[in-house]
Every structure is written in structure tokens, then in C-alpha cells.
Design a protein around this ligand. Structure first.
Ligand SMILES: C[S@@+](CC[C@H](N)C(=O)[O-])C[C@H]1O[C@@H](n2cnc3c(N)ncnc32)[C@H](O)[C@@H]1O
Length: 259
């Protein structure tokens, strides 16, 4: 495992000394996961009735979006039979930070906490695998083999090229473009788009102009939606049919996956 990334806890909120920014919204990690990421990708409805469904996340961080997705999927009687979750992360934190983050997220959820009561248990199950974490790719089977988590530990663009390209939903969750431009570069967005196919949904909290324009140039249909306070807006996008995997705009900007 690479040296664990330090997390600075300030008033109960996790902060990154490397990037000088908090890991999540001040409105609550679970509210953000549910509204911005799951909601932004049309989940849980989008996986209902499907045999398999694949989520791709840039920026695994403290794993809150993953745990929230797991909790929602597990609670859904119409869930897909196999949930494949792929995420990349250059600077993994220690297992203890994942656990602390999950406890804290639940504590700050207020009246919504009952909907997330399984979170600490799911975090424990994730943390049990954490000791085996290495640079590069690893896949862990969770939830009796019905949830496949692939973690790609390394830099965003090369790691996106290593992952098998297939995503029904994409969560873009780097730190802000101003402090973390690598996660939002044209190359990173194109490498993400290579994982998509016609109709792939994408969600993010930022509405920064460069991100919107970059996604549109790759063939995403992008909409600004009401955001989670204090943010006014968030983005929802869907990959248009003509822009699916292999289109010239995407091919020019990103290396072949696995190349
Ligand atoms: C806002 S946090 C993600 C929070 C996370 N989604 C969660 O649910 O806890 C952004 C993450 O992107 C990671 N990151 C930043 N730059 C990166 C890069 N160039 N390549 C890969 N990961 C990066 C950071 O280490 C951080 O964990």
C-alpha cells in the first residue's frame, strides 16, 4: 500500500492538506452522494431490472460515494443482480479514516440517518480489504459476490486507461478544478468518456465553465441543475449516441484503454 494520505479533521469535516480543500460538501457527505451523484445519474431507478450495472468514479477519496451507492443498492428490492463499481485514487487514505468518515457522515445526516444506518457496517467490510491495497488495479468481491469493487490506485489518466472500459454512470469527484486541475483536464475527461456508451449518465458538483465545455466537446449533453447548498448548481450529463466510445473527439484526446 502506498503511504497513507493524511487527512486533517476540522470541526468534524475531513480536509486534504495536499489540496487545501475539504473532501465533501458542508451540507453533508450523504446528502451530496444522494443528490449530486446518485440522483445526478438517475439512480436508483437506472439500475432497476438490469442484470448488471457499472459505475465509474474519479476520486474514491474516503469512499462515501461508494458506500452510499452500496447502501442504496442493497436496500433496493429491484436492484441489478451485479453492481460493478470502478474507482481511481492517487492518494489513498488509511482504513481508519474510511471508518471515521463513515461514522461522521452518519452523525451529520440528522433525520436522514435511519436511511443510512448500515453505513458503518459496510465501511467495516470495505476496510477489511484495505490492508491488501496496492498501487495499480485490484478487484474485491463484496455483498456475497454481487458487488464488484475495482480500485485503480494511481494517476487519473493512466489508470482510466488501465480499467476495462464500461460505465453506465460516472461520478466525477475530484477536488475543485482550481486546486486539482489534473482531474478535470481535457485528457482526463476524454479518458472518462472512453468508458461511456450512448446514454451513459455523468454527474458532478462543479459547474465550472471548462468542465462543461470539455464535456460538451466530447459529446455529452450537459444540464445545469439546482445544486446542494451552498452550491447553486450541479451538473448532469448524458453521452449522446454519436459520441459513444471510439468517436474521433474522444479517440484524439485520450489513449486507448489498456494501451
Ligand atoms: C473530493 S475527493 C473525493 C471524495 C470521494 N468521492 C468520497 O466519496 O469520499 C477527490 C479525490 O481525488 C483524488 N485525486 C486528486 N488528484 C488525483 C489525481 N491526479 N489522480 C487520481 N486521484 C486524484 C484525491 O486524492 C481525493 O481523494
Amino acid at each position: 500500500m502506498p503511504a497513507a494520505e493524511p487527512v486533517d479533521w476540522r470541526d468534524g469535516l475531513p480536509h486534504s492538506p495536499r489540496f487545501g480543500e475539504g473532501y465533501r460538501s458542508r451540507s453533508g457527505a450523504l446528502a451530496q452522494a444522494a443528490t449530486v451523484f446518485l440522483g445526478g445519474c438517475g439512480l436508483p431507478q437506472a439500475w432497476q431490472g438490469r442484470t448488471a450495472y457499472a459505475v465509474l468514479e474519479t476520486g474514491f477519496g474516503l469512499g462515501i460515494n461508494f458506500l452510499a451507492t452500496w447502501a442504496r443498492w442493497e436496500a433496493d428490492p429491484q436492484r441489478c443482480s451485479l453492481l460493478r463499481y470502478r474507482a481511481l485514487e492517487a492518494y489513498p487514505v488509511a482504513a481508519d479514516e474510511l471508518l471515521r468518515s463513515a461514522r461522521q457522515a452518519l452523525a451529520e445526516a440528522g433525520e436522514a440517518a435511519h436511511a443510512w444506518s448500515r453505513l458503518p457496517e459496510l465501511a467495516q467490510a470495505l476496510a477489511q480489504h484495505w490492508a491488501t491495497l496496492r498501487a495499480g488495479l485490484q478487484t474485491w468481491m463484496l455483498a456475497d459476490g454481487q458487488l464488484e469493487l475495482t480500485l485503480a490506485v494511481g494517476e487519473v489518466v493512466p489508470m482510466l486507461g488501465e480499467l476495462e472500459p464500461s460505465a453506465d454512470a460516472v461520478y466525477l469527484d475530484g477536488f475543485s478544478p482550481s486546486v486539482n486541475p489534473q482531474m478535470w483536464s481535457p485528457q482526463a475527461l476524454a479518458a472518462v468518456a472512453r468508458h461511456g456508451r450512448a446514454g451513459t449518465r455523468l454527474a458532478t458538483y462543479t459547474t465550472q465553465r471548462g468542465v462543461r465545455d470539455g464535456l460538451e466537446a466530447l459529446g455529452f449533453d450537459v444540464r445545469r441543475c439546482p445544486g446542494l447548498p451552498p452550491k447553486k448548481h450541479r451538473l448532469e450529463a448524458a453521452l449522446q449516441p454519436h459520441a459513444a466510445w471510439g468517436s474521433p473527439a474522444i479517440a484524439q484526446a485520450a489513449p486507448e484503454p489498456g494501451a
